[in-house]
Design a protein around this ligand. Structure first.
Ligand code: SF4
Length: 458
């Protein structure tokens, strides 16, 4: 905190140094995605330290105990490879915990050694370590490239690769929600059922990481997409991938390998993106949109028009994962707020291009950086102050240092409880998001207004 006081206003080009990174490591994303498979035990193929870190990051965000196994590399495995460790682990896990699925992700160490997960799974199967009807799947997640978003995407692709097309199309639509909260996954399922479209959502952490406390212990929660459902994704009539970074790879794989046509959309945050999602659903399933959906849409339009006077021209600094930040930038710009400083920790020029398009349409140019860090965001804020910061918990230091209202959003949120129960996606999610933003803005007005101008209602 004290160090942030010394963040210089002058910005110097930095290429080899990241300060206060806006991302974390690949396996965390893979582990989160794996928890969206029914009866799955995520497995970290590396040392115990990696697994402990990934589990604790997810536990601290979701406030749920995250179970995961590890290959427990020591010196021997680090030199000669972790084949034997993983085969032993598969045997132990199925014997002791009896999951339906083990979803293995690699780590920096096992990737550097060059362990081949599929070869190890083959050996485990041939030696009878994988019981009949059980599944092992795996994703490469070397953390020295990409970010937690890349790891999530890689695990989702591994889920798509379970597809076994029969040649007979079902009436179902695959929806890949991307890295959103469990409540968002629930909200996507609710919207699809309102439109009358039967979907397979994967991954699906609804009912896993927002499950009720019943007093009864269960090793595996009731929620999650099943392997049977994943096998059928190759027979779907189409796939909607919500987010280029988290979901598109899996959708394109199903398109090219199983001839399931895919549409890549933004995450449905706000009016425009939710409209596009509903429209895409309507088209792919050949249904019409019921009045109940139009009713919810109308409520969001009403709230935007009631709140617009408070939002107009308010400057925002935004940091987070690319799919979320793109959708949120469009949402904020559409209600005449001005996201002026925008950072994602995940690299990729496409991000900057897309943000430039959104802000150009709104009539201005923002500071934008992919693969950037929060030190740069802080410097930008010092040069051009903002009315609101939106980002993960680590932004609280900047918010305190600069005395700016702060909305916790994205991953990780470590210092607040309950976020996994309230959606951001869809029209309902839009209502929730706008209400939180307006509360912050007006609370600040109440605090800062002079005695003469202080009013009951602004
Ligand atoms: S960065 Fe690599 S070594 Fe570090 S915790 Fe992540 S996977 Fe493990």
């Amino acid at each position: 905190m004290a160090l942030l006081k010394h963040t210089p206003v002058e910005i110097k080009e930095r290429k080899a140094l990241t300060i206060n990174p806006a991302k974390t490591c690949q396996p965390i994303g893979a582990m989160y995605a794996a928890l969206g498979i029914h009866g799955c035990l995520p497995h970290s193929h590396g040392s115990q330290g990696c697994c402990a870190y990934h589990r604790s990051a997810l536990t601290r965000h979701y406030k749920e105990p995250i179970s995961a196994a590890t290959s427990s590399f020591t010196e021997g495995a680090s030199v000669f490879g972790g084949h034997a460790n993983l085969i032993q682990a598969i045997d132990n896990i199925f014997t002791v915990y009896d999951p339906e699925v083990i979803a293995v992700h690699t780590t920096c160490l096992s990737e550097t050694i060059g362990d081949d997960l599929n070869q190890i799974f083959d050996k485990a199967k041939k030696s009878g370590k994988v019981p009949e009807g059980k599944t092992c799947l795996g994703a490469p997640t070397p953390s020295y490239v990409g970010s937690h978003v890349t790891g999530f995407s890689n695990m989702v692709k591994a889920m798509a690769q379970q597809a076994e097309p029969s040649g007979k199309k079902t009436h179902k639509v695959n929806v890949i929600p991307g890295w959103v909260e469990p409540s968002d996954m629930g909200e996507i399922k609710r919207l699809c059922s309102m439109v009358g479209v039967d979907i397979t959502l994967f991954p699906d952490t609804d009912g896993v990481l927002n499950a009720p406390l019943t007093g009864e212990y269960k090793m595996f929660a009731d929620g999650g997409v099943t392997i049977k459902e994943l096998k059928k994704t190759g027979d779907a009539i189409g796939t909607l991938a919500l987010g280029e970074w988290c979901s598109a790879d899996a959708a394109r794989w199903l398109d090219t390998q199983c001839k399931v046509p895919c549409t890549v959309l933004d995450m449905p945050f706000g009016l425009k993106a939710t409209d596009r999602f509903i429209d895409a659903l309507r088209k792919v399933a050949g249904v019409s949109v019921p009045d109940t959906v139009a009713f919810e849409r109308g409520q969001l339009v009403d709230l935007i028009s009631d709140m617009h006077q408070y939002f107009y021209g308010k400057k925002v600094a935004l940091v987070g994962d690319p799919d979320q930040v793109i959708a949120l930038t469009e949402f904020l710009a559409s209600i005449d707020m001005k996201p002026v400083h925008i950072v994602t920790g995940t690299p990729g020029n496409k991000f900057e291009k897309r943000i430039d398009e959104i802000t150009a349409e709104a009539g201005y140019k923002a500071n934008v950086k992919a693969g950037g860090d929060m030190f740069l965001l802080h410097q930008w804020i010092k040069n051009e102050p903002v009315d609101l910061i939106i980002g993960n918990t680590y932004c609280k230091y900047i918010a305190r240092d600069e005395d700016i209202p702060f909305l916790r959003f994205g991953f990780p949120i470590l210092d607040r409880v309950g976020h996994q129960y309230f959606p951001t996606v869809g029209y309902k999610g839009g209502l929730h998001m706008l209400t939180r933003i307006l509360d912050l803005i007006l609370t600040r007005t109440d605090r800062d207004e002079t005695e003469e101008k202080f009013e009951l209602v602004y």
